[in-house]
Every structure is written in C-alpha cells, then in structure tokens.
Design a protein around this ligand. Structure first.
Ligand code: NAD
Length: 477
C-alpha cells in the first residue's frame, strides 16, 4: 500500500515531546506515512517573520495537504499574527471539529455519559478580523455571516453525523438578538436539516446551550455553531470531560486538513518529560481516518483506550482512586505501544473499519435571485459633546428631496425624534435617511453633509430584499 505524505510541525513548549511520542506510536502501529517536517512558531517569529511561517513551509503544506501540528507559541502584541488563524484561513479550513468524550471511570468527570462533537465554523463571524476605530472612543468589530459559509458548515455537521452514526445535530445561535446574522445561520441550518430527515435537529440559544453543556452534556450529540460561540462552547465541553490534555481539534477544508491537540504549549511543564501526548495522538487518529487509514486509526485508538483503562496515566489525569501508575510522556508512549493489537474491555472500543476517509461534500446550492431595492442610508458622524436636538436641527435643512431624516441614534439606541432615553452617548451618531432615491442621491446626500462640515466616519446603505427590510431597527425606533 502506498504511503500518504503529511507535513509535521513539532511546535514549541511541550510540542516536541508530545510529537515525538505520537510519531513513535503511529510508526509502531504501522501508519503508512511519508513525513516532511517544517519549522513554525517561536523561532520563526524571532527571525522577524510576523506570521510565524515562512514561504518554503507553505510550499510543503500545499504539496502534502495534510498537516499534523503540535502547539505553538504566539507572541502577544507587537503586530504578530496568530499562526493558527493564518493557517486556517490560508488553507480554507472552514470546519473545526472537536470531539469531547468522557472516559469515566478512568478519567474523573461528573458526566460519565458525555460524548459530544462540536463542529465550529472556522473562517467567518467576529474572527474575520475586520475591525475599525472610528473616533477616539468608538470601535467596531464586524460579525460577518454568509449564507455560503453557513451552508457549508451546517452541511458538514450533518454529513459528519451521518458518517459517524450520530443521531442529532444541535444548532447554537443568538438569533433572538442578532436577527439578521444569526438569523441567517439558523435559517440555513433548518434548510440543510430538512435534507437529513433521519437525523434529529434542534436549536438552542447559545447562552442557555453553553450552560446546558456544563450541566447536562449527555443531552447533546453533534453541535454546530458559529466561530466565537464554537470557541467558547468547545472549551466548556473539553473542561467537563475532565482534562485539557485530551481535547482534539481537527480543521478541515475541501482540499487541506490540519490536526492538532486543543491545548497550548504548556510552558509551565515544558522540557520536564511529563506532558500528556494524548490530545495530539487522538488528533493523529482523526488524521488517519481522514486519509483512509481507518485500520491503523482503530489500532492506535484502541491501544490508547486500553492504556487509559489500565490506569496508566500522566500527571494531569492521575488520581489515587482511578489510576494505577503515574507515568511521564515516554513511559506513557511505551505503554500504548505495548498494547497495540489490544482492545479496552470496559471503555467502548472504537471501530473505523467502515470509514470511507474524508467526507465528500456536494457543491453549494444554487440560489435564486432576490429583488434588492435601495431604500435609504445610515450616515455616521463624529460630533463631540453634541446635543441631539441641536444635531437634528443642523441636519434637517440639508436633507435632500426624496429623503427624510427618520431618526438619530447613538450606540444603537434611538435618541431623536421623541423623548430622549437615559442612555449614555458617545461621540459617534447615526443619521438615518429614508427614501427610495437611488445610489446617486445617496452619494449627493453624503457630499452635502461633508460640504456643510459634518465629519462623516462611515455610511451603510439600507436595502429591502423581496420587500423585506434587510437592516435592523435602532432600540426604540
Ligand atoms: P495551555 O493549554 O498551554 O496550558 C493550560 C494548562 O494545562 C497548563 O497548566 C498546562 O500545564 C496544562 N496542560 C496543557 N496541555 C497539557 C498536556 N498535554 N499535558 C499536561 N498538562 C497540560 O494554555 P496556555 O497556558 O493558556 O497557553 C500557553 C501558550 O500556548 C500560549 O503561548 C498560547 O498562545 C499557546 N496556545 C497554542 C495553541 C495552538 O497552537 N493550537 C492553542 C492554545 C494556546
């Protein structure tokens, strides 16, 4: 059988220790791999490369397509880019898959039945990195949600559920507040769910959903959610399984995939030979399934389960009543290798023999065109220490024919017309002009305000799609 080429990065902190252990176990289990190593992270940043990854490393990643990565250190501040985010975005790794399973009674947890997989959208949302500072005291971060991105991740969750014998997919959103962006995500989820009638689907508002993961994780199966919510709920889920050392993170795209442990470089224990290599090893198991080596994945995973069941635990898992032997990284690795070919007797053994490798995703749906009409514009101005009544009286004479000034808001709260609420005001005001006047008039209105000395910091056009408003109302509007 032919070997699969993969790229490996040993990373920083405990990275090299856990990667050595992982690769030795894979080799002992007969993994059919050709490994190219790249250097990324701390030393690369120190050489002045702001992204932590150099051009020749990209070439290797693009050639091999599969990446097994140890944790890396990202310097805070100083303009350095997060390498994890850079790799995910550059290689189009849109799905972040994080299985969180209980290994009760061998790893202490209050939730023995828990077995969740979180599918997190990996490219959009507030992680688009689209941020602005408009005035000295007002900033904005854009939460970008597209139908294409939502469709792809929701479908991935259902396809994952189907391929892995899962029964239910839960969507977590906050569409009661973010009706347009989270509303789109949930609407798309419902559309995709209808194509998989054999799989149950449900929705949770993310705040109560996160609380429920902490208190009753056994109620969930597969969870699909946006980027930021996914970041938070997967950390909660990993925490309640009982150990950060066991969390896995698979990042999947159409062409490329990256597998890693969920934890970081653990600088407090680096170089001591005591780190738990399990997160990275289980990430490597997911990689083997992905590249069609389900046989080796099954061997490695079952040997690992048997080791855990035999009470051979690294310090992060060790408890007097559930563990038999406290071991370091090297001894743990040897214990797993000794158990190759064995299966656990109490923990459920895994089977990947039917696995068909990477999920095949259909192309995105064709979408019918919608009628889009320009119905006004929001013009944001910087006006320090301004009374809203005075501001309105200065703007009104400048309102062009075909428009009317329908409201002025501050921090999303309507301030004019009508009674002014007791809300704090910043120096950035939103002037809402309504009128179906066409784009030229909108541009002229902006010019008129600028000519009159208004300091315009941004504008947003208001549209209707098929006659439905495609913008939010201000609080109180
Ligand atoms: P961390 O996950 O490195 O450590 C948190 C705690 O968990 C520490 O007490 C650590 O000793 C323990 N721990 C983590 N992994 C362990 C393991 N395998 N075995 C035993 N104990 C383990 O989180 P942190 O301290 O917040 O971050 C440290 C560094 O890691 C930061 O520079 C951060 O940027 C980086 N980081 C990288 C990644 C990644 O590359 N994917 C992810 C998270 C953090």
């Amino acid at each position: 059988m032919v070997n699969t080429p993969i790229t490996v990065a040993r990373g920083n902190g405990i990275g090299p220790e856990i990667m050595d252990a992982t690769l030795e176990i894979l080799k002992a289990a007969g993994a059919r791999l050709d490994i190219d190593e790249i250097e990324i992270g701390e030393d690369v940043y120190k050489r002045g490369c702001m992204t932590g990854i150099e051009d020749h490393a990209w070439e290797t990643l693009r050639k091999n397509k599969i990446f097994l990565k140890a944790p890396i250190f990202t310097p805070m501040g100083g303009g350095f880019k997060s390498l994890n985010v850079t790799v995910r975005k550059t290689l189009g790794l849109y799905a972040n898959v994080r299985p969180c399973r209980s290994f009760h009674p061998f790893v202490q947890t209050h939730h023995p039945e828990m077995d969740i997989v979180i599918v997190r959208e990996n490219e959009e949302d507030l992680y688009g990195g689209i941020e602005y500072k408009y005035t000295p005291n007002v900033t904005e971060s854009i939460k970008l949600i597209s139908r294409q991105g939502s469709e792809r991740i929701c479908r991935y969750a259902f396809e994952y559920a189907k391929a892995n014998g899962r029964k239910k997919v839960t969507c977590m959103v906050k569409d009661n507040i973010m009706k347009i962006s989270d509303g789109l995500f949930y609407e798309t989820f419902q559309e995709i769910a209808a194509e998989y009638p054999e799989i149950e689907s449900e929705r949770y508002i993310v705040d109560i959903g996160a609380a429920r993961i902490a208190s009753r994780p056994e109620d969930f199966d597969v969870i699909v959610t946006e980027n930021l919510y996914g970041d938070i709920v997967s950390d909660i889920a990993a925490e309640v399984t009982g150990s950060v050392g066991l969390g896995i993170s698979a990042n999947i795209g159409d062409e490329f995939a990256m597998f890693e442990a969920m934890h970081g470089t653990a600088p407090d224990i680096a170089g001591q030979g005591i780190a738990n290599p399990s997160g990275l090893l289980l990430g490597a198991v997911m990689m083997l399934v992905h590249i069609g080596q389900g046989d080796v994945a099954e061997t490695v995973h079952n040997a690992w389960l048997k080791t855990i069941e035999d009470g051979i635990h690294t310090g992060d898992l060790y408890k007097e009543d559930t563990s038999k032997k406290r071991v370091g990284t090297d001894e743990f690795k040897k214990a797993v290798i000794e158990r190759i070919g064995q299966k656990p007797s109490q923990l459920k053994a895994v089977s990947y023999s039917d696995s068909t490798g990477a999920l095949t995703m259909p192309p995105l749906k064709e979408r019918k065109d919608v009628q889009r009409e320009l119905v006004g514009t929001d013009i944001f101005v910087y006006a320090k220490d301004k009374d809203v009544g005075v501001l309105a009286s200065e703007v009104q004479p400048l309102v062009r024919e075909g428009f009317h000034l329908s409201m002025i808001s501050n921090r999303g709260v309507k301030m004019w017309p009508g009674q002014k609420p007791e809300s704090l005001c910043s120096e950035m005001w939103r002037l809402r002009f309504r009128g179906k006047t066409g784009p030229r008039r909108v541009a002229q209105q902006i010019t008129d305000l600028a000519d009159a000395g208004f300091d315009i910091v941004k504008t947003h056009n208001l549209y209707e799609f098929d006659g439905e408003p495609a913008y939010s109302k201000a609080q109180g509007e």
